[in-house]
Design a protein around this ligand. Structure first.
Ligand SMILES: NC(=O)C1=CN([C@@H]2O[C@H](COP(=O)(O)OP(=O)(O)OC[C@H]3O[C@@H](n4cnc5c(N)ncnc54)[C@H](O)[C@@H]3O)[C@@H](O)[C@H]2O)C=CC1
Ligand SMILES: O=C(CO)COP(=O)(O)O
Length: 344
């Protein structure tokens, strides 16, 4: 290949140095790509850079040499690198409720032609908006995509086989990004259903809290199977009312992720629900530094979206009552089991 047709190297920047951002940055850099992982604070960036691992969330996962860490607090030159790159893939791995603020912070870097990949799973609490809408309000230039699906940070960081959905406005755009984001054991499937992929990821977290409650309260495996099935029905009702396609919801980013997070204490949403099932209250869990459980903030937003669209969401409503208003688990069970009988 001559110098003229050698493709320009892609700039990879991952914003948010928590579990998911770190796992994705490690996965991408293991493929020999240069990756910048951007922490919120300079102190965190320096600690990651000197330890070469993220001890708090992914202990003993060594950073490949091609992974460098920087921060939003100090411009060590990474902002210019993104700004001047002919093509950058910027992966946003901050929590849902921090997404708007994170995009505002990156506005100078978000050029036309750059790809911005959203990986958070939730709805903005105040507005009930999906994150593509939130990001569009703050930055209209970059190409938007969404990465979602059954994928624990821990599994990806350990190089275990993982399949996810990568959605973009067109299948061509999604195909192109899949080739840029795939890893040796990280397999993205292309989709053009941004709505379905986002709503599947956001709503499964609410249902995972309910599944954790079932486990914590000892309600049995039959109850859990019923919850997952009826939960999937209400997830689908809301998502389809917003324009999602049913085949997306039955895929990796919907049913796939629902099954994963409702089945194991590896999920933080499940663990949050488990503690609620054991009688703990939300305020106590938040005060004791419980790790991020996106469903706790998305439940009320999803319920409001459902109400605005005339969609019945009994499980989501019950989770919102338990999380936001300390409804007792016994009352929650009664509320669900004494609803008028209906047809499947
Ligand atoms: N951990 C996992 O297995 C997976 C997580 N996700 C999603 O990824 C998102 C992030 O999750 P985790 O990384 O696991 O959470 P985390 O709590 O481990 O990390 C979040 C990180 O974002 C940083 N942050 C917060 N606000 C920020 C801001 N305004 N600007 C820059 N950085 C900011 C925090 O300092 C923290 O390092 C969530 O929406 C989650 O649902 C998706 C797939 C897998
Ligand atoms: O989304 C995830 C796996 O696909 C991670 O789930 P938790 O946020 O519940 O840990």
């Amino acid at each position: 290949m001559t110098a003229e047709n050698t493709p320009e190297p892609v700039n990879y920047t991952v914003v948010g140095a928590g579990a998911w951002g770190t796992a994705l940055a490690v996965m991408l850099s293991r493929m020999g790509r240069d990756v910048a992982l951007i922490a919120r604070s300079e102190k965190k960036a320096q600690s990651l850079q000197s330890l070469r691992e993220n001890k708090e969330v992914l202990p003993s996962i060594r950073f490949p040499e091609s992974l460098q860490t920087h921060s939003l607090e100090r411009d060590s030159g990474w902002r210019d690198s993104v700004q001047q790159a002919p093509h950058a893939v910027i992966i946003l791995a901050t929590p849902t409720q921090a997404t708007r603020q994170a995009v505002r912070n990156l506005q100078q870097q978000l050029h036309k032609g750059h790809d911005l990949v959203i990986t958070a799973k939730g709805l903005e609490r105040e507005t009930q908006k999906r994150l593509t809408d939130v990001v569009r309000e703050e930055a209209s230039e970059p190409n938007l995509a969404v990465l979602s699906g059954p994928s624990f940070a821990h599994d990806v960081a350990h190089g275990l086989p993982t399949a996810v959905t990568l959605a973009a406005p067109t299948l061509d755009a999604a195909d192109r990004l899949c080739t840029l984001i795939q890893g040796q054991h990280f397999r993205p499937y292309a989709s053009d259903d941004l709505t379905g992929v986002q709503l599947g990821g956001a709503l499964k977290n609410v249902l995972a809290i309910a599944a954790g409650v079932v486990e914590g309260k000892g309600l049995g495996e039959s109850a859990k199977a019923a919850l997952i099935t009826r939960g999937f029905a209400e997830l689908s009702r809301l998502a389809i009312s917003q324009g999602a396609r049913s085949e997306t919801l039955a895929g990796l980013s919907g049913l796939g992720d629902l099954v994963l997070t409702c089945s194991t204490a590896g999920s933080r949403n499940f663990r949050f629900g488990y503690e609620l099932g054991k009688g703990k209250k939300t305020a106590h869990l938040l005060a004791s530094g419980q790790p991020l459980a996106e469903g706790a903030k998305t439940a009320a937003a999803a319920l409001a979206l459902g109400k605005a669209n005339g969609i019945d969401m009994p499980i989501t409503e019950t989770v919102a009552q338990v999380v936001e208003h300390d409804m007792s688990i016994d009352d929650a069970i009664d509320a669900l089991m004494t609803r008028p009988l209906t047809r499947e």
